[in-house]
Design a protein around this ligand. Sequence first.
Ligand code: SAM
Length: 280
Amino acid sequence: MNSFGGNWTYQKIKIIEDYAKAYLQIMKNRPYWKLMYFDGFAGSGDINIDGALDSKVIEGAAKKIVAIKEPKIFDICYFVELDKQKAKNLQQSLHQIRKAGVFVVEDDCNRKLKNMSHFLKSEKGKNHKVLAFIDPCGMEVDWASIECLKGLSIDMWILIPTGIGVNRMLTKNHKISEAWWAKLEAFFGISREILDHDFYTFYEVPTLFGDNQKIFKKNNGIKMIEHIYLQRLNEVFDFVSKPYILKNKNNSIMFHFVLASNNQVAINIANDLVKRLNYS
Ligand SMILES: C[S@@+](CC[C@H](N)C(=O)[O-])C[C@H]1O[C@@H](n2cnc3c(N)ncnc32)[C@H](O)[C@@H]1O
């Protein structure tokens, strides 16, 4: 079972569920389209919410989506989960709700996003529309997997680890290992030279024995990560919604959750959902 905490887990699932219902309502009268729900980080079906004094189990997003019958169902529900046992548990519990058109694959989301983009570009896939939910724990999504979605009929909700993953890798003292630089480059699809320039200030300090370089991390790292990632999304999708900001109990930002889409109506719906939660 997946285990994590916070009110934001409920809210994130509520957003995707409410959005899916609004999406299906609009698509109800457009029978030409085959509707696919793609969940790239599907989990095990249930989530263990860790509280300060107790913990409880809630249904994950996959179960909520497969259970939707009104205004209509998704023709295909495709779930990707890397962990073998979680994928097995998920399949068992989803098939108790619905079997036809519900697929669970044990695989890497990055690979499946690329497979999906090939499918949607093919003759067979061109009458399909996708609602995607990309809900990683950290920095598992490579930019190359998002980039290949350009121009396709996809509405994609994505959780961006602005506060927990990326900002921690961009260390204050600029001591960043080769492995971390490689991860940051894959995540943003941007070279380290440009990232260096965006996040750090370099000063040459004259000393008796020549210049000495001092490096400072710029303020507002999380804001800059948000800005750069949303700008990148905007290069692939025509529109990006306002973010739902997920904070921990110390009020520190952990993630930004946004919708990227080529459809302005989709963004309007997302902005309404986000606005309600950000100020609730
Ligand atoms: C935040 S949880 C998802 C929770 C789920 N959306 C829900 O509502 O229950 C992330 C899940 O992604 C899985 N995972 C991690 N890396 C992955 C990858 N590269 N591809 C697919 N799944 C992955 C983890 O095993 C974990 O179950």
